[in-house]
Write a protein that binds this ligand. Structure first.
Ligand SMILES: [Mn+2]
Length: 303
């Protein structure tokens, strides 16, 4: 199992699993990551690279890629034991209140101690509308954004992921609740490379390509990061030189991962960035939410 981050074509590692998936659709399972969106592919150079490399067919190719991204599954359960997703856990979305109760809720929401978040169920996840070019951070369809953008925390409970502007932070208690409730043993997610981990005190670094984040009664939470020497483009000469990793899960339980770390080939082959990485924020943090709004005109352009 690999868990990658970059969406640049230049990063061929990303496209290798995709090619495998195209040729062996019943053998290879590919999950969606937060970079498989209109917003991230436009900010981090993928769109520009496609438009330049494919010339007058560029727009068509880019639209087809977005169509693939939109159709990718959000999560999998392996052998009934292992939950895998790019970001992680997700909230429960209560049914839309009627106009009358909405008014009532507004009054209630003044009480600060009420926690509006509770963990979502696998049934809610399976019913979520995943066909969105950019998972919304507001409104009713919040599960896709949570699954793709959330991060674990060492503090208990569920809270908004203010650093990213979308998704949640979940504590070890949520990991335990989720594993126990759905009779699972292991959560494997990605989404945090060495640069993101540097800003997360309490968590291990990503030097080896994986970390064990929560060890709870029922099982474990693991972060698996398969992009070595990440990020690909940096304004500074100094690099993280992190290893990437993949895991092998073996029958019958599939819940005791065998970790394999690997190094990047150095020096990296020379490739173009197709975005201004000295200006654009380092990782995929602090979303520019305003530019992420998919307006009806965007949809027309992109279909
Ligand atoms: Mn990510």
């Amino acid at each position: 199992m690999f868990n990658l981050e970059s969406t640049l074509i230049s990063d061929e590692l990303k496209f290798f699993p995709f090619i495998c998936y195209v040729f062996l659709p019943h053998r290879v399972y590919l999950l969606r990551g937060n970079h498989e969106s209109k917003y991230c592919t436009s900010v981090y150079g993928f769109e520009k690279e496609v438009l330049i490399k494919y010339g007058d067919k560029g727009k068509h190719v880019y639209r087809k890629c977005l169509g693939c991204f939109e159709g990718l599954p959000l999560a999998t359960i392996i052998a009934g034991n292992v939950y895998t997703a790019h970001g992680g856990l997700f909230r429960s979305i209560p049914a839309t209140p009627s106009k009358r109760s909405k008014k009532k809720n507004r009054r209630i929401s003044l009480t600060p101690e009420i926690n509006p978040f509770s963990l979502g169920s696998l049934e809610e996840l399976s019913k979520a509308r995943r066909s969105v070019l950019d998972p919304p951070w507001e409104g009713q369809n919040l599960i896709p954004g949570d699954v793709l953008w959330s991060d674990p925390s060492m503090s208990p409970g569920l809270s908004p992921n203010t650093e990213r502007g979308i998704g949640l932070l979940w504590g070890p208690d949520c990991t335990e609740e989720f594993l126990k409730k759905f009779n699972l043993k292991l959560i494997i997610r990605s989404h945090e490379g060495p640069d993101a981990r540097e800003k997360r005190p309490g968590f291990a670094g990503m030097d080896e390509g994986y970390t064990i984040d929560h060890t709870v009664e029922t099982g474990k939470l693991i972060t698996l990061f398969s992009a070595p020497d990440y990020p690909q483009f940096q304004a500074t000469v100094e690099r993280y030189n992190n290893k990437g990793a993949y895991v092998v899960l073996k029958p019958p339980e599939f819940n005791n991962p065998e970790f394999h770390s690997f190094e990047a080939i150095l020096p990296r082959p020379k490739v173009q960035a197709y975005y201004d990485y000295e200006e654009v924020i380092d990782s995929d943090e602090e979303l520019d939410l305003a530019s992420m709004v998919t307006t009806p005109s965007d949809i027309i352009v992109s279909t």
